[in-house]
Write a protein that binds this ligand. Sequence first.
Ligand code: ATP
Ligand code: MG
Length: 570
Amino acid sequence: MRFSQLLVPTLREEPAEAEVVSHKLMLRAGMIRKLAAGIYTLLPLGVRVMQKVERIIREEMNRAGAQEVVMPCVLPADLWKESGRWDHYGKELLRLKDRHDRDYCFGPTHEEVITDLARREISSYRQLPINLYQIQTKFRDEVRPRFGVMRAREFVMKDAYSFDADEAGAEQSYERMYDAYTRIFQRCGLRFRAVEADTGLIGGRFSHEFMVLADTGEDAIVSCDSCDYAANIERAEIRRAAEKTNEKPKKLERVQTPDRKSVEEVTTFLGVPPERLVKTIIFETEEGAVAALVRGDHEINEAKLRRHLGVTQLELAGDQVVADVTHAPLGFAGPVGLDLKMIADSALEAMSNMVVGANELDAHLINANMGRDFHVEEFADIRLAQAGDPCPRCQGKLQISRGIEVGHIFKLGTKYSEAMGATYLDQEGNERKLIMGCYGIGVGRTAAAAIEQNHDEDGIIFPFAIAPFHVLIVPVNNKDAQVMGAAEDLYRHLSEEGAEVLLDDRDERPGVKFKDADIIGIPLRLTVGEKNLKQGKVEIKVRRSGEITVVALEDAPKQIMGMIRAEAEA
Ligand code: ATP
Ligand code: MG
């Protein structure tokens, strides 16, 4: 491909709209352009990278025995009503009407469509197991689209769905996908980790997220420093707290805490450690308000609380609700005399003589004791794991890092086959529900995550397998016939050998060409300059290491092809 004929609008300036480095670099490398919030056009370099990611995904999905299909992206509401998600999916679902005023949505995911296909086409155990996948555009009306294609509203996803006759089969299908995902992300050149993930309301033991390790990741990952336990923080379990102290209960007292609201302000003012205080946090759910109690130095884990309560909506209560239930302004809620369902974090079991809000402006209670001064409905693990917490599996300690979720594998069980009547006949002729799994990978997010992990201050350093081209040939001076002739020869020769070559035939200053080369991050650069050429030499530069070797012109193709082959085999 010739640079002069390719639309690669590179940018010198830092794009102000971008917060993370992958977004900045995808804009600067001329890979993407924004059309509207969370909606992007892919330009030629962007397309080439996405196609490489897709190809790796396809090869590994096919290798794992999955079959490719393409489902529609505009979906009739009726299917979504059958599964119940028309009402539950909320505002992320883009709803449409056709000319007959019939309801549709733009598919954010395809469990309903695939289950409908399965109930029509699968009737016998002989057709099982089966795994069907597609690579297709989704739309999710995200609350906060950001980071470019990493969290877009319109994006391309590979989604796969497995159907099995029994649990054992479903587990095998799950493991096959786990292995395929591991290969896919390895081949994309990513440093990643599979972590246990929250299964939300669907429940079940099986869900893993594939997290690309990056400080800018939106997800917090908890991992053990000694065993292989790793989980999304939403999911991470807390080992049960220590035994109750044998401190004697003291007399409950009310103390004035003028203008002190935060844990730090109150505990400093009272001269007690934060772990003596209990925060009372009021939430609203579809089943009404609830109070969650956690220790002052701990944070509430909303995902765990939501799962524990079995609700879909859980939001911090607004000032008005807090005032209604506590009869005090925000910041002074406490469990004593509070007429609400109360869930206490397990750590509270070990506590006595706690500091709690007094449900009164500028006042707290000290020496509050559970059982004597207030009662909770139950104890549960509802706090966020913190660095240094004991590992739930071994004697190690937990550490916290950040990641970008690029893939998610999930055992669905019979949630959809039950709701939509997808059954098959077993060997004995009994009608049984299909057991399902679903498996997603974000194509754009994977590419962006790769850039997040592979760049320097000058630009992208593409992992070889997903680079838009293998080699960039830079003739330093276009006007010099010898230089251009040699560059053209190399271009032809390498292309014939099967290399993916980009020839920078633009009439630009060398500085511009080199800057662009660094931004777009093609792994190998072959520079044809007047001085070297006079001695029959050209220069090979490896983008990642910056290493430069000067080689004889006639050896250059062999050298480059050797490097490409070594990369392809790695
Ligand atoms: P997140 O928690 O990041 O919103 P999710 O749990 O909603 O992700 P899934 O429904 O499991 O995501 O979708 C499968 C994959 O699709 C994700 O692992 C991710 O790679 C990709 N994906 C999801 N939402 C987006 C988005 N808004 N933009 C780009 N890719 C996305
Ligand atoms: Mg989401």
